[in-house]
Design a protein around this ligand. Sequence first.
Ligand SMILES: O=C(CO)[C@@H](O)[C@@H](O)COP(=O)(O)O
Length: 239
Amino acid sequence: MSVLTDVATTIHDLRREVCVLHEQLTRYQLVVWTAGNVSARVPGHALMVIKPSGVSYDDLTPENMVVCDLEGRVVDGDLAPSSDTQAQAYVYREMPHVGGVVHTHSTYATAWAARGEPVPCVLTMCADEFGGEIPVGPFAVIGDDSIGRGIVETLRGSRSPAVLMRNHGVFSVGPSARAAVKAAVMAEDVARTVHVARQLGEPLPIEPPVVDALFDRYQNVYGQAPQQTHQTQQEGTTP
Ligand SMILES: O=C(CO)[C@@H](O)[C@@H](O)COP(=O)(O)O
């Protein structure tokens, strides 16, 4: 298979994957109207596949996904790419292990972002998926790579695959677009549960060594196969 045929096949498959993954954002009620997006890196190429801006999730198709280079320029597609293309392209440029990025304004996680408060690690599921608190990134205005810079600066110092961008919403990453969607789903669930707990009293912390053990088990033992995750990819370690 020629390189051109190979990348064409990869892009065809990613168009379908990215399109279908948007159904998870509505399924788990992480978005309203068109206020969220999913992208995937084209492995081995300075390219990404991302949702078209402002298009209803019901109208998304593999064919209307937009292919951009990692400067955010459209390479293939008839529609304008997501508003977050620059931000996500920056993440792909600066974090080579990231294969997928998701953005939502999911209610509970965004409420923590509005307060600029990280979600504390007081649940085993938070330790499992985030390896500690869900951190807050700086306030940044959409349109250039400011948001991307804030995402990278924050995630580089954390095991978390999700960041709460202050006054804005959730950005999550993963070795694949599906993993990034999972992180967004889990971030909202943890944010909601901790919010509820705090209405009834002060949640109890989990000791750091226990957080480490829970994170290691979940990332390397849970499920059916060792997982390449945001953390293991950052460390270049393999389970
Ligand atoms: O957060 C924002 C705007 O503040 C955008 O990411 C959101 O509305 C989704 O925009 P797109 O439809 O992906 O361009």
